[in-house]
Design a protein around this ligand. Sequence first.
Ligand code: MIC
Ligand code: SF4
Length: 643
Amino acid sequence: MGYTIAEKIIKAHLVNGEMVKGTQIGLKIDQTLTQDATGTMAYLQLEALGVDQVKTERSVAYIDHNTLQSGFMNADDHKYIGTVAKKHGIYFSRPGNGICHQVHLERFGKPGKTLIGSDSHTPTCGGIGMFACGAGGFDVAVAMAGGAYHINMPKMVRINLVGQLKPWVSAKDIILKVLQMLTVKGGVGKVIEYGGEGVKHLSVPERATITNMGAELGATTSIFPSDETTKAFLKAQGREEDWVELKADDDAEYDEVYEIKLDELVPMVACPHSPDNVKTVAEEGQIKIDQVCIGSCTNSSLTDMMKVAAILKGKKVHPDVSLAIAPGSKQVLTMMAQMGILTDLIDAGARILESACGPCIGMGQSPKSAGVSLRTFNRNFLGRSGTADAQVYLLSPETAAYSALKGYLADPTELGDMPNFQVPEHFIINDNMIELPAAPEEADNVEVVKGPNIKPFPVASPLEQTIKAPAVLKVEDNITTDHIMPAGSKILPYRSNIPYLSQFCFEVCDPAFPERAKHAGSGIIVGGSNYGQGSSREHAALVPLYLGIKAVVTKSFARIHEANLINTGILPLTFADPADYDKIEQGDILELPNIKDAIANGTPITLVDKTKGISIPVNCNLDGRNREIILDGGLLNYLRSKM
Ligand code: MIC
Ligand code: SF4
C-alpha cells in the first residue's frame, strides 16, 4: 500500500509508536516557531527544562501579536523573548517584521520537514509541503529541547480540487466551502490533504490560506504537495535549494475523499459567530457594513494585496466604512511600496497598519457598538474583535475590498474580467529584522532580561487519590479558547502574568466564574462537544489550574486544548454517553472516587453526582505517556521525574 503525503513525512520522522490510526506517535521536530503571546510561557518552560542550546534545525521566535505597547508590558515581553532567544540558539524576528506564519512561509519553511509552533495556525506552512502543527508552548519547548512531539496518528482525508477558479473567486472561498462541508469539528483527529489537477493553479500563498484555516476545522494539520509551483516560490525567495518534491502515492489510502469543483465556486462568507456558519455572499445579501479589515495570517500575502489594490485603485472607500489593511510581512510591505500599490491603497482611503496580527486578535480596530465588520481573517468568535456585540464576517480579500467601496457586502465577481496576478519571480529579500542567535560559545555572556511583567507559571500537584469538587461551571458545545481565556488589547499584555489573567477567565460566558472558582477552592468544569476549539494558548489551561480546576468533563475536546490540559495537569474526561451531560447541573457536588488508581490501572471511571445521587460512566482516553503525565501532575513534573 502506498502512502499519503503526510504519512511519508510522519514515517520519516517517527521516533515513538507505530503508524496505527488513533494511537499515540512521537515525531522528531525539525523546526519550531513561537509568537510573543504564547512565547514568554514557552521560553520560561524551556528555561525550566535547563536547556542550553536548542536541538532543532531551526527555531524562530516571532513578535507579532502584542505590538500595541500601551504600557511597559509588551515591551518587557519582547525584551525577554529577544534575549532568551539569543542565548539559546533561536532566531528572533523583531516586531514589524511580520506575522509569524507569513514570514515563516517566506523565509524558513521547507517541504518535507516537520514544524510545530505555539500558535494554532502553524499549519499555514502546510501550503509549502511541511507537516506543521499548532501546539501548546510547553510542547514547543520540549521540541526545542530535542524531545519528540506526541500526537495521535491522524486519519487521512483527501480533498480533490478540480478545474480552475473563476475571476475574483479565490483560495479563501475554497476553505470556506470546506468549512461549510466539514464544520469546525469535522477535522478533529485528521490530516486534510489537497490534491487533484486544480492544485497546480494555486500559488503557495493561496495554498497557505487554505492550510491556515484547516485550524478552524480542528484538523491536526493540512498539507499540499510540493511541486513545480513550490519550487518557483522557493526560487523567488532565493531558497531553491530547500525544495524537494512531495506527492502522495497513486495507491495511497484515504479515510475520506471529497471533491470540490473550483469553477462552480462563488464568493463565500462565514457569518457571525463561527467560521463554519458559511453562506454564499449572494445568499447573505447586501448587508450594510461599518468596517473592513484586510490582513492576518490567512490573507496578507503580496498577491492578496495586489488584488485588493487593483480593486481600490482610483476609487474611494465608502464614507460609512473604515478600511484597515495590515500587510503580512515586511517583505510584502516593501514590495507593495516598490510596486506602487501601497499608494493605491492609501489613495483610496485605507488605514495602513503595521505588519502584525492587529485587529485579528482584538489589538486595536474594534468595531463600533453592534458594528458590522468584514474581515479576511480566520476567526469570528463572539467578542474576539474587542466589541462584545460586533457582527464579524470572514471572507476573501477580493470580497472585502469590493465591499469597502460599495458600503455593503458585495460580490466581487461583478467586476468582470480579472488581470493576471502572478507571484513575482523574485521577492525583495532583506532579513535585517531577523536577529541571529549568539554563537554557542558566546551564549554565557548573553543576559536574559526579565521585566516585572514576567511572572512564574503555576505547576500542578500529582493526581489525588479521589477528586471531590463542585461543578463550578457548565458550558455548551464548541466553547473556544477565546471564551476560556479571552485575548484583546486590555488582557493580552498580561499573557506572562497568570494571576492577573485569571480575573477574565470565561468572562464572555459568566463573569462571576473566577470569583466562584476561587471561593470553591477546587472545581470541575462540565462542557459540551469540541470543548477548547480555536487557539493553542496554554493560558486556557494554566489559568483554570490557577483557579483550582482539577478536571474537565465534556462530550469531546479539541486536540490542542486537550493536550494543553494534560501538560498542565488537569484531567480531561469525556462522557461515555453524551446524553449524561444533561444530568449534571452547575453547582452539583461531583466526585471521582479512587481516580488515581483508575487512571494508573486503566480501569473504568465513574463520576458520582453527589447532589443528584447518580453515577455516570466517563472515559479517560490517555495512553502511556499522557497517563504518566496526568499522574505526575503535568508535563514539567513528569519530565523532572525522568531526569
Ligand atoms: C489566535 O489566533 O487565536 C492566536 C492569538 O494566534 C492564538 C495564539 C494565542 O492565543 O496567543 C492561536 O491561534 O493559537
Ligand atoms: Fe495572528 Fe490572527 Fe493569525 Fe492568530 S489568527 S496568528 S492572531 S493573525
